[in-house]
Every structure is written in C-alpha cells, then in structure tokens.
Design a protein around this ligand. Sequence first.
Ligand code: AMP
Ligand code: MG
Length: 339
Amino acid sequence: METIVLGSSEGELRHAAELIRAGEVVGIPTETVYGLAANAFDAAAVEKIFRAKGRPSDNPLIVHIADFSAVYEIASEIPPLAKKLSEAFWPGPLTMIMPKSPKIPLITSGGLDTVGIRMPSHPAAKRLIELCGVPLAAPSANLSGSPSPTTAQRVFEDMNGRIPAIIDGGESDVGVESTVIAFEDNGVRILRPGGITREMLLTVAKSVTVDPGVLNELSEGAVARSPGMKYKHYAPKAQVILIKGESGAYREYVLKNACAGDFCLVFEKGEAAPDLPYLCYGATPGEQAHRLFECLRRLDELGAKRVFARCPSPEGVGLAVYNRILRASGFCVIDLEVD
Ligand code: AMP
Ligand code: MG
C-alpha cells in the first residue's frame, strides 16, 4: 500500500474523512502527539489500527470527539465531575475514562467495559472528526513500543506502507500523550500524566490522586489500571540511563563512567561531559515535553548505544516527562542524591 502525506486544507481533510468513513486508518495530527485514527464504532476498522501498530489487543484506544454531545453516544454513564472537567479542559490533552456504551466495540476498549474519551484542540483533528461524523479511535501513531511521533515525517517512517494516508498538521504542541484520568469517590486518579497537570485538575476536582503505576514499575502479575503502562514503552533502541542529580554531579558521573560512543541527553548545552556527543531536550518542563520523543528518535538515528540522560523534575508537566523517560529507560535510574 502506498502511503500519501496530505496537508490540512479543507479538501485534503475531506479526502481523509472519506478514507475513514470507508473503514480505513489515517495518521492525524493532534496537540499531544500524532495518532492513528479510525471509526471508533467500526470493529474491522479499529482492528486495522492494532495491526498497523503491532499493538497488543488488551491495550485500549482513546476515542476522540469534536463536540461534548458525542459523549452521550460513547459512554453509558457520565460522572457530573466529567462535565465540569470538560468545561475547564476540553478541547485539550485530557482523557476521561467512563463506563462504555454498547456502541463501542470491545476491540476499541481493549476488552474493558470502560472507554477513554478526549476532545483534541488541534484544528485539523477537530475538523476531521466533524467531517467524519463519527468518533475516532486513535492511539499514538508509532509502531508499538517505540517513541510516539510528534511530526508527520516520524509517522511516515513508522507507517509507510501500512496505512493509506497521513495528514501533516505541523509539530505537535505538547509533545507527550494526554493525561488519562479515572473517576473515584471524591475526585479523580491520574493513570497517565500529561499536559493537563495535577495542579490544573485540582482547580476543579476536590481530590487528585496519582496512581502508583505512574512512577513505579508494575510488580509481576499485578493488574494495570492503565493497560498501556505495563508495556515497555517509548523506548529507543539505545539503552537509556536516567541520572538523578545536579548538573555538576551528573557531569562527574558521566566523565567517570562513559565510553566512546555513549551519548548525553541534557537539558541545556554546557551540561554534557566534554568530548561526548549530546542532545538537549530543554530547560523547562514544557520544552522537555515538546522535545523528548523527537530526541529519543534522533538518538537512534545517530546510532547511540547508551545514553546518559539528565532526570527531569517531576513538577507540572514534568511529571509526564519523568513518567515517559522512566519507561524509556526501563526504570534504570542512578540516584546521585542519596548518600
Ligand atoms: P495511546 O493511545 O497509545 O496513548 O494509549 C492510550 C492509553 O490510554 C492506553 O495505553 C491506556 O493506558 C489508556 N487508556 C485508554 N482507555 C483506557 C481505559 N478504558 N481504561 C484505562 N486506561 C485506558
Ligand atoms: Mg502510545
């Protein structure tokens, strides 16, 4: 199959919508990362997403909508807090898990009786959903296990020959996937951190709990509240070692331990150990979120075998950055702050 790259003009979006209505899968831009979209109600179309990605069938997809009224078709029960959160944060990078309606096939929800729903803010995504007239199931547009793509070019590299079209809508703004929340007695639980932070959720919800799965490796046999968290994820081919500590301690550690061919992944120029190649992923949590996945992909292109990465601070959107890089490292953390 030939994969074409479309722009995001009205005519091109109409063409993409026709493909989706005919049961095809299209790569789409969103403000978080690029997604692989199909009609969420069409089990055969959704099956093609799983095949294109090589995604395990128990890993649920998020259903994307353009108008709140679609929630009534997708969810069988809508917590009152969901409405309030949608008013504050939709359109935007927040996915809310609710009991699913029978219209959502089990393949879309990864066999669960719940469904994750999100309203993206990217104008091309919004318009495409309107033109399709159905909600779109869309996971990130990478091959399963590799870093999520934040440009159409990166989607093309993973999906060329696997899907008929990709819409190019520029670089994804946020750069990490949406915040995924579940509802509980008094408030919400963050199953996956993202662009809508704990602090932001607390302006609307009375209580916000961060699920232990966000920062800890799941023990053998434990059930993941957020199935995506149990898989090796976001990982480049290179081995990533996460180094927790100030820039001076980081440099000292890397100088002592690095060999030729190792790479540094640092916040800013000047932090890397002399003579080692390096990439910078940004000085603020927002920049780090925006650049992390691109840096991980670039490191593979550069042939990095081992990467010493500075550990981000888990504040604000930094919690999402930390969560992703922790998984990219396979939970390999060297803490220079403990004595
Ligand atoms: P991706 O689309 O690749 O960002 O993955 C979506 C992730 O959202 C999944 O891997 C899950 O971790 C989470 N998710 C989606 N739907 C549900 C659900 N019904 N219950 C729990 N987590 C979900
Ligand atoms: Mg993904």
